[in-house]
Design a binder for this molecule. Sequence first.
Ligand SMILES: N[C@@H](CCC(=O)N[C@@H](CS)C(=O)NCC(=O)O)C(=O)O
Length: 306
Amino acid sequence: MADIILHHYPTSPYAEKVRLAFGIKGLTWKSVIIPNIMPKPDLMPLTGGYRKTPVMQIGADIFCDTQIIMRELDRRFAPMPLMPAGLAGIAEALSFWADRTLFWAAVGVVMGQIADQLPDAFKKDRSAFSGRDFDAAALKKTTPFARDQLYASLSHAEAMLADKRPYLLGEQPTLADVAVYNPVWFVRQRLSPAAPPMDRLPLLGEWATRMTRFGHGVNSELSGPDALEIARAASPDTPAGVDANDPSGLKAGASVAVTPDDTGKIPVKGQLATLNAHEIAVRRTDEKAGELVVHFPRAGYVVTAA
Ligand SMILES: N[C@@H](CCC(=O)N[C@@H](CS)C(=O)NCC(=O)O)C(=O)O
């Protein structure tokens, strides 16, 4: 099987979610460091426009968004399942909650304290990315609210650990753990392990230390151009196909555009190769990277005829 390649940068909390999953599963992978702002010249040929971090590449298959990355990891590497039988639904639902609710509260807490130290190019990039002005003074003002929201939401996770279970859903770590770890890691890493509201959540503090011990698996560095060459030399796997009962009525081979519904709303165009409740994939050809299949989760993505 082709190597796992992760396009990421060290300070990305969503990338940490995937690096930790690699650690839990004991995987070996290649690391391509990408810029934390646009432009991302070696990434765009692979994704066709998707700009978020991280992106996983396996040969000529490109996985955009941690939701679909996690599904693919479980599909290809069965041991230490992130979505074990009987817990898959709850793990994925908690992960979506962590991504959409916890993460933004954590961003409010962290950015409220460090925004004024960030370079203008970063602020400009994140304004375009989010569609909202990245205003350090406004972020500072709303920090107490963000802190309280993070406290309220993380208290659910703290309560789950109250019966002394080691992980959120029981004896083994799952997707729920790596997803909640993402914002917790962000606060601990950028501020401190005792930064409010973490100081009021002792069980989560112990759990985070337990999670850190999984490490990141084994990785070696790869350059962006070398990753493009790997894609060009590979052929995409056979896609899962289009569900004939899909409510959208879209058919295999249709020209479509796939766009995130929240941030970084850049459409990726291609021919529909997979469509079901969990995944959208499009086939596209790039001058530098050759024939590719680009995979997205269904939740949180808009797919339209293009
Ligand atoms: N839903 C996406 C969210 C990814 C995301 O927002 N990542 C942040 C970094 S942690 C990002 O892309 N920031 C802008 C950038 O890196 O260019 C996922 O689960 O992968």
